[in-house]
Design a protein around this ligand. Structure first.
Ligand SMILES: [Zn+2]
Length: 634
């Protein structure tokens, strides 16, 4: 979830507006005197359910909490975000790059820490237990040195004292995540009594640490926190030692754990890196794409993988996703549907696969591990088995075919349709048209229907919405619950089209900024009119929404009939806008009638309603014309 969504989720528009306007409530709507124009009779309404506002008076405009503050305080989007984030208690990561010098200093302090841990592991009497653990895992001294494994002693200030002694400051230790600050402002070592795995970037600079408990402390694995140098979701363990082999073999094998990587390297499989216990993130794929486009994922997709994926969903955005799952809806009258954990995992797994399948110019294969074993076990048992498994790795879409159809009886109509429901959205996501056609053919053969029928069905799936359309109602409910509350698929889809196809800017028909209900979408739409390319667009926008732009730019869209889709989008946005306006006006009208509005006010609202109806009529007429002209072509 983006920081903007998080702020919106925590902020209540009623509370915010209440600080400027005295609101009177009735039912689910509130009204007050408009703070933007002078009036005697209130025509300003707030809708807690939609977290939006609208003035039916002189302003005749509305929006969300962001647009309210922007209009009221005259702030730009970024300033508004900071203001509201502070109110909501959301910390904004300062995306401004720390100076190169500062970063260098952090690499150095990490290097000094790694050296300290490493020396202790090799020589200190207190590392006896760590050394015997390393020996029990069969690691050679050469491997221990190559990976610079270490031991953090069971002391509160062992590392801290050492680093202070050699000239680092407490602030540097803290920024590097090597110490933890307690409530009283005292700091102590983060890693104690653990086997230490320094994590390097591709150039071999130590960015952070992974640490395995040597007793039964929890958690078993502990990582450095996010720092200016360390971002777990984009790091790959072992990449510094694997890069040459990856280039040479034009293939990377991605495993889950530190030990899997180390054992692989020790046995001559040097193109192996670890995603560090999480499923592979798009950032990681992006980082490795520069070395090779052939990736093999070697983790158990069916059992442990599920767990890891669930973890990934939660940790990849620094626990924000967890909030999406855990936070109740604001409106107590509409609780979220109960979440079935297993079902959620299954959904997320499929979602991942859909995402992986949609990554362009990358061939992702899945290595199927023997039940209950991880790469570490397999390689140690027999390197030949590992080699065979690698050779038998299946492209991820084929793997999904097997997985989906294994439990189905494709002689029955019900199971055929279930196979199509599950596989078609994944196929629709594939960007490469040749590969897409290949899998359409495969599915057609499998369920024994004509390819043309399937193709027609796949075209009806819009990538942004297709998944949801194809899901069963229950999954639909879960997907809804997991979705950031404020996302609007239609707005996102329209922006993704625009950003990915700059040629659309040349067309004469466009949506109006107000047709985007989400302020950040509106912000991006308006900024895109002013600039020519994506990098200028990002410069134009607040850092907090740049990542969201990246998401929109990489969203996979079917490459056909772009102009037509855009035209549909414009119409649909307008329709949605008018419908929502209509609903708001009706709620306002009901409130007016209840609180005893004057006849003139009621008449005015009615009149506006007629205007909206006329416009909606126009939209439907135009949609009708389009459908007829499409029919005429055939
Ligand atoms: Zn007004």
């Amino acid at each position: 979830m983006s920081v903007v969504d998080e702020v919106k989720q925590r902020i209540d528009i009623v509370e915010v507006v209440n600080q400027y306007v005295r609101l009177t409530k009735s039912g689910r709507t509130l009204r007050g005197l408009c703070p933007f124009h002078s009036e005697k009779h209130p025509s300003f309404f707030v809708y807690p359910e939609q977290q939006s506002w609208h003035c039916f008076g002189a302003c005749n405009t509305g929006g969300d909490v962001f647009s309210f503050i922007m209009k009221k305080e005259g702030t730009d989007f970024g300033e508004t975000l900071r203001l509201l984030a502070q109110k909501a208690g959301v910390t904004l990561s300062t995306k401004s790059e720390p100076k190169a010098k500062e970063k260098d200093r952090l690499y150095q302090v990490n290097q000094a820490a790694a050296q300290y841990f490493h020396d202790l592991l090799l020589r200190s009497p207190e590392s006896e237990k760590a050394r015997s653990y390393v020996a029990s895992r069969g690691l050679s001294l050469k491997t221990v040195t190559e990976f610079q494994l270490g031991f953090s002693p069971n002391k509160w200030e062992g590392l801290k004292q050492h680093l202070l002694d050699i000239g680092y400051t407490e602030a540097e230790l803290s920024t590097a995540g090597l110490v933890i600050e307690s409530e009283g402002g005292e700091t102590h070592d983060r890693f104690r009594n653990r086997l230490m795995f320094p994590i390097c970037d591709i150039r071999g600079q130590i960015t952070g640490f992974g640490a395995r408990a040597l007793d039964d402390s929890s958690p078993k694995y502990l990582n450095s926190p996010q720092t200016p140098n360390f971002d777990k979701s984009s790091s790959l363990y072992g990449i510094n030692l694997a890069k040459a082999a990856i280039r040479q073999q034009n293939m990377v094998v991605i495993v889950e754990g530190y030990m899997d990587t180390i054992t692989a390297h020790q046995n001559g499989f040097s193109n192996v890196v670890a995603s560090m216990g999480t499923s592979v993130t798009e950032k990681q794929v992006g980082a490795i794409k520069r070395l090779t486009k052939n990736m093999v994922f070697a983790f158990d997709f069916d059992t442990a993988g599920k767990e890891a994926m669930l973890q990934a969903e939660r940790t990849s955005t620094e626990a924000l996703d967890k909030d999406t799952i855990a936070l109740p809806y604001r409106d107590p009258n509409r609780p979220p549907p109960p979440l079935d954990e297993a079902q959620v995992r299954q959904d997320q797994k499929r979602q991942r696969i859909v995402t992986y399948a949609g990554i362009p110019d990358v061939e992702i294969k899945v290595l199927i591990l023997p039940e209950g074993k991880d790469p570490d076990d397999v390689i140690k048992e027999d390197a030949k088995i590992w080699r065979n498994l690698l050779e038998e790795a299946l492209p991820i879409v084929d793997y999904t075919f097997n997985m989906v159809t294994a439990k189905l009886d494709l002689n029955t109509a019900k199971d055929k349709s279930s196979a199509v429901d599950k596989l078609l959205p994944i196929i629709a996501e594939i960007k490469d048209t040749v590969r897409q056609a290949h899998y359409l053919q495969k599915l057609a053969r499998l369920v024994n229907v004509t390819e043309r029928n399937l193709e027609a069905a796949s075209k009806r799936i819009k990538p942004s919405q297709g998944r949801r359309q194809a899901e069963e109602p229950r999954q639909e409910a879960i997907a809804q619950a997991l979705r950031p509350v404020f996302s609007s698929p239609l707005e996102e889809y329209c922006l993704a089209l625009l950003l990915q196809h700059p040629e659309l800017k040349g067309l004469s028909q466009h949506p109006l900024p107000e047709h985007f209900e989400n302020s950040e979408n509106r912000e991006i739409f308006v900024a895109w009119q002013k600039v020519d390319d994506l990098s200028s667009l990002k410069e134009e926008l607040d850092p907090a929404i740049r990542e969201y732009v990246d998401y929109l730019v990489t969203k996979s869209l079917l490459p056909n009939q772009i102009e037509e889709k855009y035209a549909d989008c414009i119409l649909n946005l307008r329709k949605e806008f008018l419908r929502s306006l209509e609903a708001k006006r009706e709620a306002a009208l009901a409130l007016e009638a209840e609180l005893g509005g004057t006849a003139a006010e009621l008449a005015k609202l009615e009149e506006q309603g007629i205007e909206v109806s006329v416009q909606l009529g126009e939209v439907f007429a135009e949609k009708g014309r389009k459908v007829r002209s499409k029919g005429g072509e055939k």
